[in-house]
Design a protein around this ligand. Structure first.
Ligand SMILES: Cc1cc2nc3c(=O)[nH]c(=O)nc-3n(C[C@H](O)[C@H](O)[C@H](O)COP(=O)(O)OP(=O)(O)OC[C@H]3O[C@@H](n4cnc5c(N)ncnc54)[C@H](O)[C@@H]3O)c2cc1C
Length: 613
């Protein structure tokens, strides 16, 4: 199956003024679908055998890494199962980030309505994108390469997770990294490596607003830093998980180079795992049950001699565990599922929430007034250069410390800059962020999105009573359920607003769009209560959901896996993905997920190979 774009008709009633509903954009989507819907990974179908040593469920950020590392052991047979399709070419092009959202490589989840968040967004819920494709969310993400703060990992270790302190995980960040910016490596050689599988590089094209934004942060006293080295506080034009102007998902980094070369690795796409097979006498996981896209009603089984590794991401690892009898007893009993292990699966949901509503209008941009998409596509196809080889100003980030953060070198707010449409925001603020499909290179406004890095709020995920197996799980993100998070973010917004006082912003006519959002009109625009209202009404996420299968010591009632990522109360089963994070890291979550997968792979080898790694 190939890539199918998002169905725009649902957003475009007759006479809609949204930019996405206008003929040039609809033509753009058709053009992209014609040019880039295929995958460079088309292989003849491989049959699944009866038994493997290891079965990995989900070929996302973590699953692709584990499949690569375990298949290094020639005598092991590895099966990697992925629900989505092969990675299509459209995902390679950095600027097409928004074009792939909501398409058939996104699970298109949405959060459940809650009192404290997403109230004015479509359906009172926030979109929760997740990749359903080889590479998983690393194939649809913004590619920002951010590891988080040293404290994040030290805190994991302090909570009883031996082996996870910063000093102990840094080697695994380095192991995966192939840093292609020599200056960055030279400046901080202890923090970078050039020999891993995962390419990390700045985009070759620099949008004009990048410099303006960096200058503004510097005027406010924020130094330009390498946020992945020893000081995370400051601003940076980020490196990305890309190589030479092209996205490098973990599929591109870890699977493509070995696929069909290592005969002991079988990769099967469009294969949906429905549950784990458990031997109830021994509580041992012995395999998985799955269906194929071409016949969803036929249930098949495949067996694992050594282990099943769940890498289906924070939503689906939790769902698969619950469907297999591993989860909160009261939840499982509702559906008559036999309880294998009564654990807090689906709890401890964390993310980095922010708010849409803080935008700068631009009187000029590098590209929006002079769009020649055909030319840009042609340039990109020939050279992997030009505006499409970047995400506009989206690679700029800043890490701030508000008054709530006592430690000197630890940020509690991160600020993002996302290309946007001025008119769409004014005409339709509750949808303006969910619907664009245009390349990130063409824009006339920038959404400035501060997010809270260490929220106190927690959410949870439940099976969907309407159809626990096939319907999307119910995601209650819990954003801002702890009101302290509103205060921290309000502090972050107040710091961010100072950008508008800088010479850099003034000189370049970056003006704050100060039309109050309708649901917050009882507050004066720009006052603290106004922003708090905007957070609750126009909550945003940058899709860093984690924590549903929490790693923790046995004494922790919320722990689902131990420090070796083995599921409590069940044998021969690990969870290896972003869901094991006990606390969310202070930064984007992809690099940390890859690190988790690298470390888990070594732990698996230590345990199953008599001569260790
Ligand atoms: C739009 C977006 C932007 C983001 N931007 C960034 C960024 O710029 N930088 C950053 O660091 N992080 C970013 N993130 C977050 C980051 O990408 C994720 O935290 C990370 O990819 C999670 O990895 P994972 O392995 O836990 O899950 P995933 O990568 O989501 O992998 C799970 C895989 O399992 C598969 N699967 C699920 N259920 C089944 C099933 N039943 N059977 C078989 N297969 C199944 C899925 O299809 C998927 O391929 C972003 C995420 C999104 C969605």
């Amino acid at each position: 199956m190939s890539w199918v774009p998002r169905n725009l008709s649902i957003y475009c009633p007759p006479n809609s003024v949204l930019s996405v509903c206008q003929p040039p954009i609809l033509m753009f989507v058709t053009l992209v679908a014609n040019l880039f819907s295929h995958s460079e990974d088309s292989y003849p179908n491989e049959d699944i055998e009866k038994e493997y040593d290891f079965i990995i469920v989900g070929a996302g950020s973590a699953g692709c890494v584990v499949a690569n590392r375990l298949s290094e052991v020639k005598q092991w047979k590895i099966l990697l199962l992925e629900a989505g399709i092969e990675e299509p070419e459209v995902a390679d092009i950095p600027s097409f980030m928004a074009t792939v959202a909501g398409s058939n490589i996104d699970w298109t989840y949405r959060t459940q309505p809650e009192k404290q968040c997403c109230r004015s967004r479509l359906g009172r819920s926030c979109a929760m994108q997740r990749g359903k494709v080889m590479g998983g969310s690393s194939t649809i993400n913004y590619m920002m390469y951010v590891r988080g703060n040293r404290r994040d990992y030290d805190e994991w270790a302090e909570e009883g997770n031996r082996g996870w302190s910063y000093e102990e995980v840094l080697p695994y960040f380095l192991k995966s990294e192939n840093n292609r910016d020599p200056q960055i490596v030279e400046d901080n050689p202890l923090y970078h490596n050039q020999h891993g599988y995962q390419s990390v590089q700045r985009f070759p094209y620099t949008d004009i607003n990048v410099e303006i934004l960096l200058n503004a942060w510097q005027e406010l006293g924020y130094e330009l830093v390498d946020i992945n080295a020893n000081n995370q506080l400051g601003a940076m034009n980020l490196q990305t998980t890309s190589a030479n102007g092209t996205r490098q998902s973990t599929n591109g980094a870890f699977i493509r180079p070995i696929r069909r070369k290592r005969r002991n690795l079988t990769v099967k796409t469009e294969t949906y795992v429905t549950k784990l097979l458990v031997d109830y006498k021994t509580n041992r996981v012995i395999g998985v049950e799955y269906t194929s896209a071409n016949n969803r009603t036929k249930l098949n089984t495949v067996f694992a001699k050594k282990e099943v590794i769940l890498s289906a991401g924070p939503v689906n690892s939790a769902k698969i565990l619950m469907l297999s009898g591993i989860g909160p007893r009261e939840e499982l009993e509702k559906y008559g599922i036999q309880v294998v292990s009564n654990l807090s699966v689906g709890r401890n949901v964390q993310d980095h929430p922010g708010m849409y509503g803080l935008l700068t209008a631009l009187n000029f941009t590098s590209t929006s007034q002079n769009i020649s998409i055909i030319e840009d596509i042609s340039t990109y196809e020939k050279t992997h250069r030009g505006p499409l080889s970047a995400i506009g100003p989206g690679t700029i980030t800043a890490f701030l410390r508000t008054m709530s953060q006592p430690e000197d070198s630890v940020p509690d707010v991160q600020v993002f800059f996302i290309p946007s449409s001025h008119d769409d925001f004014l005409n339709n603020p509750n949808e303006y962020f969910d619907v664009p499909v245009e390349p990130f290179s063409y824009y006339d406004a920038i959404s400035i999105i501060p997010v809270i890095l260490k929220p106190k709020s927690r959410g949870y995920i439940l099976l969907n009573a309407s159809d626990p197996l096939w319907a999307p799980p119910l995601i209650y993100p819990g954003y801002f359920s702890n009101s302290n998070d509103l205060d921290v973010l309000a502090d972050g917004i107040e710091i961010t607003l100072k950008l508008f006082d800088t010479e850099s912003f003034k000189k370049n006519d970056f003006t704050l769009i100060n039309k109050p959002l309708h649901p917050c009109r009882q507050f004066k625009f720009g006052e603290r209560d106004y922003w708090k209202c905007a957070m609750v009404e126009y909550t945003s996420t940058i899709f860093h959901l984690v924590g549903t299968c929490k790693m923790g010591p046995k004494s922790d009632p919320e722990a689902v896996v131990n420090e070796r990522l083995k599921v409590y109360g069940v044998d021969h089963l690990r969870v290896v993905d972003s869901s094991i994070m006990p606390k969310i890291v202070r930064g984007n979550t992809n690099a940390a997920t890859i690190m988790i997968a690298e470390k888990a792979s070594d732990m698996i080898k230590e345990e199953w190979l008599s001569d260790g790694i």
